[in-house]
Design a protein. Sequence first.
Length: 63
Amino acid sequence: MDLLAGWMTILIVLVVVWFVVALLIAIWVYKDAKSRDMNAAVWLLIVLLTGCIGCIIYLVVRD
């Protein structure tokens, strides 16, 4: 049972780290889009909903 608890702890930590990184990327996209006079709120939602794919699309499309 201890092995299962260890794996669950690792899984929970990885999920939390993944969400924090996704949130930081979305905040960066929001700030960058705002500084470039793009629709920052829309890009924030796109990146939050699609993750890395949305970030890649933003990097291709941005001015």
